[in-house]
Design a protein around this ligand. Sequence first.
Ligand SMILES: Cc1cc2nc3c(=O)[nH]c(=O)nc-3n(C[C@H](O)[C@H](O)[C@H](O)COP(=O)(O)O)c2cc1C
Length: 426
Amino acid sequence: MTDRPLKQIHLAAHFPGVNNTTVWTDPASRSQIEFSSFRHLAETAERGRFDFFFLAEGLRLREVNGLIHDLDVVGRPESITVLGALAAVTTHLGLAATVNATFNEPYELARRFASLDHLSGGRAAWNVVTSSDAFTGENFRRGGFLDRADRYTRAAEFVQLAREFWDGGQVRHSGPQFDVEGRLSLPRPPQGHPVVIQAGDSDEGREFAAATADIIFSRHSTLTAGQAFHADVKRRLAAYGRKPDELKIMPGVTYVLGDTDEEATERAAEIRRAQVGPQTAIAYLEQVWGIDLSDHDPDGPLPTADPVVDSTVVQGRTRIGDPLEIAARWRAVAAEKRLSSRELVIEVTGRQSFIGTPAAVAEQLDAYVQNDAADGFILVPHLTPGGLDDFVDQVVPLLQERGVFRTEYAGTTLRDHLGLPVPGRR
Ligand SMILES: Cc1cc2nc3c(=O)[nH]c(=O)nc-3n(C[C@H](O)[C@H](O)[C@H](O)COP(=O)(O)O)c2cc1C
């Protein structure tokens, strides 16, 4: 242990919407479209003194063999619209929307986030994502979309331009991606610049974050992977004249609580089974195998055929690595542990990040932050909209007792909660 002061933990609430971890079969599960659901989760997060509320984005429903993916049929409303409504029923909570830099325009987005920042009194954040696949692009233009190699060149130029618009002066810009001249039609936002979040994991993504983001939403939720990621990204900051504190690393994490560790472990296994039902298991396999597996028995062994490498059967989801290598690895695990297809998917798609009594979970979260595996967490509950209730009631008070989480908001803007200054005008 060093004798540096305890780090303060930052917490955010991810709204459980369209993804594979939300459990829709739970009797307590409610609509992901109705405002009451967004409101419940946001009010719970604010009661827990969280830094911000977070909405992901999916611009096109996933398809398997030309049919909409079972888990996507209900879709989700547009994020900035939802956050505008939440601004009216919350007072301190930061409001973060994921919006794509590939399919939008800098002036338009700068104006929308500046508007949200004004209407919420300085609580807006933009999670800049760069997905550039042609399948999603078809929603936006007839033919032609951004080459994958250019996604961060465009994102960097985009964010730089947005910042110039937010500063309020006359903007004159001519670059490889944008040729614009103009001035924002409203005053500089209360935060100067709304908070910028980045969520890509490639080398270019990390460099982009080091150059321009205030927060990284990462996938690295184990202690050693988190420490390696944290060290890697913080090391990149110096090249941009930035200090380690100016970029917060917040992995997306899941949790399961119980009165005893055994009870929590049992609940966690039940939740995994509910998250990976027979259809979801098949969808995972199709993502790797790239073939129609609708006739495959999820309770039988893995498919005997080899994966098709350049398949278009699954659309709208990033493929998760080299399919041949993944299939070989999965076959080895299934053989060793004698698992059915569905059991295998449950096994390899990861257990929850933090499982235990509230005291055990509070201790682990704190240890991650004090040992520089993270600066905080984006909590991803498995239930809409009540999935955060137990965490706020049972874990937050223990973090507060440990002296690592605020008991009251010290300021009113998201930058205040994050300890980030208002940027000067350029
Ligand atoms: C934790 C995490 C969350 C993400 N959430 C979204 C999302 O909600 N919507 C989206 O379109 N892309 C999302 N992405 C995709 C990334 O922003 C990025 O477009 C993609 O990972 C490709 O960039 P990369 O090659 O740098 O990883 C997410 C990525 C990560 C790591």
